[in-house]
Design a protein around this ligand. Structure first.
Ligand code: HSE
Length: 400
């Protein structure tokens, strides 16, 4: 069977290299011969040993009956969406590392795949090289997953780690992450939290079977986190992580949120550093399960694309458990009503002031305290009161 790769960028070139250099391992994993068939890219790569496989014309791939699987790593919605839709309609399986595409068009592409007895798989779209999607829809499919909390963006985790360890400058750490090939083409998708938002939308849709749209998830990135926040948290025994969370509530509604959050030192997510990602899954039968590994970068992500290619090649027909519905009703819960504890840093407040403003506060450092669970409305009242007596410097939710 021949494989086509759409896009010879960071991930696509890794997929081509693995298919070329580790062909016997890949073929043996699939139980049949898999061959690098065709690579779609507008650029020329004449120096490569497989330069003769490049094309600039997608219709060649579509028309080739020997190509059974199309692996997309172009990024963005178009033309990736139209290409994969056309491939699936021809009965070819499609795999992708493109989280934007899966988060926006996943339900539709899954349904087209099902209708044509093909597969649409996306292991590489969340958690880079961590085998995560497949365990969620297979090994944990009946575990009764109630909650997921993940460090799902390698770039921001790298930046926060540099700030935490070395007091590094934000822009220098971001430039480093870009140089190492972790960041998105437009790094605002990383630092503003959109990338993590798309990833938790995918996990939630897959696990609970209903589309959760990225735009329904309150999302805040790390742009407002200061070196002072990081150091105050550290002194109090916490680290700050960009967390993407989703929780199943009563009546099947989902609470989801992406934001910086305080994680207590010693808890499983607190030690996840640099480009590493981790997802903590809580389920009725298993209790806590932690998935951990490199969340970005060429070869880890390409390895997950290869895993999907192997899965498609091995599988006869559509894998029914990889599916979610595009319901008319939103799956998102009203987050305003949910209460969370917050880490508050404020200037100019005495202990007495803090207890007066927030009687159940847990004071954990100088001008630093943790609130009892507060709704958005209660938090906003507290903010106003703090600013009447002093200056609110930061308010970061606490993950427990
Ligand atoms: N920009 C993403 C990250 C790449 O930093 O995690 C992997 O999805």
């Amino acid at each position: 069977m021949k494989i086509a790769i759409l896009g010879h960028g960071t991930v696509g070139s890794g997929v081509a290299e693995i298919l070329w250099n580790r062909n016997s391992e890949v073929s043996s994993a699939a139980g049949k011969s898999l061959e690098l068939g065709c690579i779609l890219d507008i650029r020329d790569f004449s120096e490569l040993p497989y330069s003769d496989r490049f094309t600039k014309d997608f219709s060649e791939i579509l028309a080739d009956p020997e190509i059974g699987i199309v692996a997309e790593s172009m990024g963005g919605i178009e033309p990736a969406y139209s290409y994969l839709k056309a491939a699936l309609e021809k009965g070819k399986s499609a795999v992708t590392s493109n989280k934007e595409l899966v988060a926006e068009k996943g339900a539709e592409l899954l349904s087209i795949a099902r209708a044509h007895n093909a597969n649409f798989l996306f292991e590489a779209s969340v958690g880079g090289g961590i085998p995560l999607i497949r365990p969620l829809y297979s090994a944990m499919s009946a575990a009764g997953i109630t909650e997921m909390a993940g460090i799902l963006n390698g770039t921001t985790n790298y930046i926060l780690t540099q700030m935490f360890r070395f007091g590094a400058d934000y822009s220098a750490a971001l430039a480093d992450a870009q140089r190492l090939g972790y960041a998105e083409r437009d790094p605002s998708a990383d630092v503003l939290g959109w990338d993590a938002c798309r990833k938790i939308a995918i996990l939630s849709s897959l696990v609970w079977g209903k589309t959760l749209r990225p735009e329904e998830i309150p999302t805040e990135g790390i742009a407002n986190i200061t070196a002072e926040d990081v150091s105050a948290a550290e002194i109090c025994g916490f680290s700050i992580k960009l967390l993407a969370r989703a929780k199943l509530l009563e009546k099947g509604k989902i609470f989801a949120r992406v934001s910086p959050a305080l994680v207590r030192n010693g808890s499983p997510l607190s030690t996840v550093s640099d480009v590493y990602n981790a997802v903590l899954v809580r389920a009725e039968t298993t209790g806590e399960v932690l998935f951990y590994g490199k969340g970005a970068g060429k070869m880890p992500t390409a390895s997950s694309v290869i895993a999907d290619i192997v899965e498609c090649a091995k599988t006869e027909g559509n894998i029914g458990s990889v599916f979610w519905e595009d319901g008319a009703q939103s799956a998102a819960a009203d987050t305003e009503a949910l209460a969370e504890k917050y880490f508050i840093r404020a200037r100019g407040l005495s202990k007495e002031d803090i207890f007066f403003l927030c009687p159940a506060a847990e004071i954990i450092g100088t001008e630093v305290f943790i609130t009892p669970p507060l709704t958005a409305c209660e938090l906003s009242v507290l903010k106003e009161k703090i600013n009447e007596h002093g200056v609110l410097l930061s308010k970061i939710p606490l993950f427990e």
